[in-house]
Write a protein that binds this ligand. Structure first.
Ligand SMILES: [Zn+2]
Length: 452
């Protein structure tokens, strides 16, 4: 049986194959607009099924709706139950302003050591790494204790209703594994000169808040006969802008500030000062600290008025709200009550898109990830910091099923995450991150699942 070292060497030999697979996946435009019919993930599933079948790896495509395919592949172990799940998603966000791209967004052009294209980083890079790791385990006939599941699902970019959300509801047995790795972490961050990775342990919650401000209509030539809802709205917007969310340093990231050469013990009282002191030399990390130390309420859309010569009777403000793990809907409503106090004619409607969620940081699986990453990268100087992501991923569905799920994509230590432009113009992935990610996925699966 091959040992891990020889497996890892084979990853380097497969560089061209890794690039070709990533390019093929990016060239299948699985654009998810959020409006059906959309996504077209089944086409990507069919491609992957065929790719896996070259090594006789079993897989199936389960459609939640026409063309909304979810791909499940499985490498069998001795026990017959799963020990680890590789997670990713197949869909990508739409392209805005295509003319601003250096290369056509679905061309998967290679330049500057990177592959450019929509989905190149989010999330087809991780999928590529996981697929190649699976292929190598199979080609080397590595005997596994437990099964390895690879689940790449639809619709992540629009909430997962046709993807992991649907699978968790209709086929939870296909996702049944104690541990999983997914997007949402595993990128390096500069910290006091030492190589540091953020391990994604959880996510802030997201709510959509609708604030309806009512007045009464009148002809615009005699506005005093009505009550203009826009004036009420302007007060609402001002209050939201002035709102100082309660500071909170209870998430586990704040136990690890010394990793970033920040020696003050953080508290709700001093966290803003700590952020201000380090903003200049650690802009990315201070932005994370800011996001993880408070709830945010961000007005994003406005709607109202029916005619240019009518005093508007009602206006609606939409806000994006991101909450910390212990902040529930009652907390959000209580804070809104304070913010909007005394403004007449205001009604609010709170819609939960995603409840905040997290896995523990101090687990056997987390240490397995740390050990495997060290071996895969050949480095023994890596520091780890638990982080919550400010957006949400499919991990919330598997955490709900009881699976310890971490965000761990395994970007290369020297690959600047700021260059990936996820969801943006010129999205790309560093080829060396595809290689390092594959090495890490392989080392992790080997460590958790190999029989001897
Ligand atoms: Zn994604």
């Amino acid at each position: 049986m091959s040992n891990l070292e020889s497996l890892l060497d084979q990853v380097d030999d497969m560089r061209d194959e890794i690039i070709a697979l990533e390019q093929a996946l990016v060239r299948i435009p699985t654009v998810n607009t959020g409006f059906m019919p959309t996504g077209n993930e089944t086409e990507a599933c069919r491609y992957i099924e065929k790719w896996l079948s070259e090594d006789s790896i079993a897989s199936e495509t389960i459609e939640s709706a026409p063309d909304r395919g979810n791909l499940i592949a499985r490498l069998k172990g001795k026990s017959g139950k799963a020990g680890l799940m590789f997670m990713s998603h197949l869909d990508v966000v739409p392209v805005e302003e295509e003319e601003k791209w250096r290369f056509p967004p679905f061309s998967a052009t290679v330049a500057d050591g990177r592959i450019f294209g929509r989905g190149a980083s989010d999330c087809k890079a991780l999928l590529t790494c996981q697929l190649v790791a699976m292929r190598l385990l199979k080609r080397n006939n590595i005997e596994l204790k437990d099964d390895l599941i690879l689940a790449s699902c639809a619709d992540e970019e629009h909430g997962g209703r046709y993807g992991f959300g649907w699978m968790a509801e209709h086929h939870p047995e296909k996702l049944d594994a104690p541990y999983a790795v997914n997007e949402g972490g595993g990128v390096p961050i500069s910290a006091a000169g030492a190589l540091t990775y953020l391990l994604g342990i959880g996510e802030k919650g997201r709510l959509q808040l609708e604030i309806e401000v009512r007045g009464s209509s009148a002809h615009a030539s005699t506005p005093w006969q009505g009550s203009n809802a826009l004036f009420g709205l302007s007060e609402v917007v001002k209050r939201i802008e002035a709102y100082e969310a309660e500071r909170d340093t209870s998430t586990s990231l704040f136990d690890h500030l010394s990793t970033f050469a920040i020696e003050d013990k953080p508290s709700p009282e001093n966290i803003d000062q700590i952020i201000a002191d380090h903003e200049e030399n650690q802009p990315r990390f201070t932005s994370i600290m800011k996001a993880l130390s408070r709830m945010t309420i961000t007005p994003t859309m406005i709607n109202g008025g029916i005619k240019s010569n009518s005093v508007p009777e009602s206006v609606r403000l939409t806000c994006d709200v991101r909450t910390l793990p212990h902040q529930d809907e009652a907390y959000v409503r209580q804070e809104l009550g304070k913010i909007l106090e005394g403004i007449d004619g205001v009604e609010i409607d709170v819609d939960y898109m995603s409840i905040p969620n997290a896995s523990e940081f101090d687990t056997e699986f987390a240490s397995r990830i740390q050990i495997s990453t060290a071996r895969a990268l050949g480095r023994d100087d890596i520091q780890w910091v638990p982080s919550l992501s400010t957006g949400f991923t499919d991990s919330r569905f598997t955490r709900n099923l009881g699976t310890t799920t971490y965000g761990m994509v395994g970007s290369h230590p020297d690959d600047d995450p700021m260059l990936s432009f996820i969801h943006g113009t010129n999205e790309s992935v560093g080829i060396r991150s595809l290689v390092s990610g594959t090495r890490i996925m392989l080392a992790l699966a080997y460590d958790v699942l190999a029989a001897n």
